[in-house]
Ligand binder design. Structure first.
Ligand SMILES: Cc1ncc(COP(=O)(O)O)c(C=O)c1O
Length: 334
């Protein structure tokens, strides 16, 4: 039995789905969506707030502020409510309604940015807004997930050791890149371990087409979580062995295929699984131990990734589409 008294005290580190029956390759998907914030970002929210408290940076009247595409905002709203701080989340129109509603239900304020800046896109505009809030009122405190080392340290101390313990024979690890906190924490852990004589683990970063993180051309990205319009300050590419880019249409197809097997995962999980299964098919190495990280579950994406009109308008007809509207679509066609 696990008993907790604050919502951030419980994170699930031991749950994996083996995707062999769906994809024919053994790929263990580490599921990070089973906690009170519903995503991997709970560990980051907890680590950043606890570090700020430890460093004496927070007062009882502090207003925490953060730019988030949704999941970190929900996690911070939860941690802030539990600890008695106010919290303002600065997001943009791609943040799904469910995440916004959750933050508000937890007592936080949500500011939604609609206009990108010419240089930094929507992310740049969100960060400008955060800076303006902090400049106008000294009670505002920006945790800054884009540069805060506690973001990657959360994964260095929790996510990566849990994977290493569960898979001592690990060969390859697939990690989605947003702020790159998960990527850098896991990559540093496994590369440093290798220096101490452990087996090498290939670190494969997964990004979205249209993201500039690894130097690609900026382009339209509609699924929150992965990709950036400003290169992340946390990124150190020397720890990364390989980078794969996935088009959002492939992300949607993969999410729908997983849903058909009964697993309703979030958009970025579709991206990571799409990249990982392609990689495994190309490398054809039986016996390889491969793990991918799933940051959240699918409920927050019912109006986007799992909504037929949304996916059809953005990516065209999906042959195996699931979700709202898909049954009526196929009936019309038959
Ligand atoms: C659903 C989802 N996937 C992936 C990520 C990327 O994680 P990171 O910021 O650690 O790169 C995030 C980050 O917010 C996310 O919300």
């Amino acid at each position: 039995m696990t008993v907790i008294s604050a919502p951030y005290e419980y994170t699930e580190e031991d749950l994996y789905v083996d995707l062999r029956s769906t994809y024919g390759h053994s790929l263990f998907l580490k599921c990070e969506g089973f906690n009170f914030a519903g995503s991997i970002k709970l560990k980051v929210a907890r680590a950043m707030v606890q570090a700020a408290e430890r460093d004496g940076l927070l007062a009882p009247d502090t207003v925490l502020v953060e730019s988030s595409s949704g999941n970190l905002g929900v996690a911070l709203a939860m941690v802030a409510a539990s600890k008695g701080y106010r919290f303002v989340c600065v997001t943009d129109y791609r943040c799904n309604l469910a995440a916004r509603r959750m933050m508000e239900a937890l007592g936080s304020q949500v500011h939604v940015i609609t206009e990108p800046t010419a240089e930094g896109g929507l992310l740049g505009a969100r960060i400008d807004h955060v800076r303006a809030l902090c400049a106008a009122d000294s009670r505002y405190f920006w945790l800054n997930q884009y540069a805060n080392p506690n973001s990657w340290l959360a994964h260095y101390h929790a996510t990566a050791p849990a994977i290493a313990e569960a898979f001592p024979e690990l060969d390859v690890l697939f990690i989605g890149a947003g702020t790159t906190g998960t990527l850098m924490g896991c990559a540093r852990y496994f590369k440093q371990r290798q220096q101490h004589g452990h087996r090498p683990v290939r670190i494969v970063a997964v990004d979205t087409v249209g993201s500039v993180t690894f130097g690609g051309e900026p382009g339209r990205r509609m699924i929150p979580g992965l990709g950036t319009s400003v290169r992340p300050a946390l990124l150190d590419e020397s720890y990364v062995d390989e980078v794969l880019h996935v088009a959002e249409a492939d992300t949607v197809r993969t999410c729908h295929r997983l849903a058909r097997a009964g697993f309703l995962f979030g958009g970025s999980t579709g991206t990571v699984v799409s990249a990982a299964t392609d990689w495994l098919a190309r490398h054809d190495t039986p016996g390889l131990t491969a793990v991918a990280i799933s940051p959240d579950l699918g409920e927050r994406y019912l109006d986007t990734v799992y909504h037929c009109t949304w996916t059809r308008d953005l990516y065209g007809d999906q042959p195996e589409a699931v979700g709202a509207g898909s049954l009526s679509t196929s009936r019309t066609g038959s």
